[in-house]
Design a protein around this ligand. Structure first.
Ligand code: MN
Ligand code: MN
Ligand code: MN
Length: 292
């Protein structure tokens, strides 16, 4: 196999639309990616693939290659970890059933938070917080906004300090499946499991190495080496981790909304040399041509 010049590509394998907590509908997201020079995009909404159909239509219209994606929450040693799935079969029944369960888990958590606040005589919180979340499953930031609106607290910081932060009534952990289960859903659907933004979990280097090793043993194949908002030190550390664990390297902006200059579609630090890019292993490999 020969590797063609990759400078001609701009590859972003992590971003969000209104199908989860992003600000732009899938079509507008793809349009923006095109404007930013992205040639290959994976839309990776949290625990859903509902945006992929619209994104695919828009991508075909503007000439971007869309890669199937999602970002799944799971638990590893009591830490909530995010696993990005790439290039899977979107019709896979097992994965689709799992996504329904993930969504149920989100609602179950939202209702538990609301029940706990209800015991403190703060009523109807699921309904109100759902409106804040634009009809989607509300998370703690949405509950905080309702508490501010209702005059229960003066600002979001106070909402967390009194009601939603660590150890308070609304501090309800997600009901997520194990790392092993989530990796299996992705690989059984023919996809590649990627450990998302490894520096965001605030783990020590030793624990991050155990996480990466467990992830690989579960069938995980890649880690995000380059993502937004990390230092060149982080980049070097993750590149080393990637080599040591013999994993493929992925990259993505984790774009959620316009107006954050530190997080823009297609704007990612170049990965260090000597890593094997995950996109060489897609079903339709990018940047690799088979010998004739
Ligand atoms: Mn998000
Ligand atoms: Mn994430
Ligand atoms: Mn994300």
């Amino acid at each position: 196999m020969t590797i063609t010049q990759e400078a001609e590509f701009c590859i972003d394998l992590h971003c969000h639309s209104t199908a989860s907590d992003g600000a732009l509908p899938p079509e507008e997201l793809v349009q923006r990616a095109r404007e930013k020079g992205v040639t290959h995009l994976a839309l990776t909404d949290h625990d859903t693939i509902a945006g992929l159909g619209d994104a695919e239509t828009a991508a075909a219209a503007v000439g971007i290659s869309l890669v199937a994606g999602t970002e799944l929450s799971c638990v590893w040693r009591s830490h909530t970890i995010h696993i990005v799935g790439l290039d899977f079969d979107t019709a896979n029944p097992g994965l689709n059933a799992a996504l329904v369960r993930q969504n149920d888990n989100r609602w179950r958590r939202a209702r538990t938070i609301a029940e706990k606040l209800g015991k403190l005589k703060i009523e109807d919180m699921v309904e109100k917080a759902t409106i804040k979340a634009g009809g989607d499953v509300p998370g703690r930031p949405h509950f905080a906004r309702v508490l501010v609106d209702e005059g229960v607290v003066k600002d979001s910081a106070q909402a967390f300090k009194r009601y939603l932060g660590t150890g308070k009534a609304g501090d309800v952990k997600g009901f997520w499946p194990s790392l092993e289960e989530v990796v299996k859903w992705i690989t059984d659907a023919g996809g590649i499991a990627v450990l998302a933004h490894p520096r965001k979990y605030k783990l020590t280097a030793t624990r991050l190495r155990s996480l990466t090793s467990d992830f690989r043993q579960a069938g995980g194949r890649a880690i995000e080496v380059s993502t937004s908002g990390q230092s060149s030190g982080d980049l070097g550390f993750l590149a080393e981790l990637c080599r040591r664990e013999n994993l493929l390297a992925s990259q993505g902006s984790d774009f959620h909304f316009p107006g954050a200059p530190w997080c823009e579609l297609g704007s990612i630090m170049k990965m260090p040399d000597g890593l094997e890019p995950v996109w060489h292993h897609f079903r339709k490999p990018v940047g690799v041509t088979a010998p004739v």
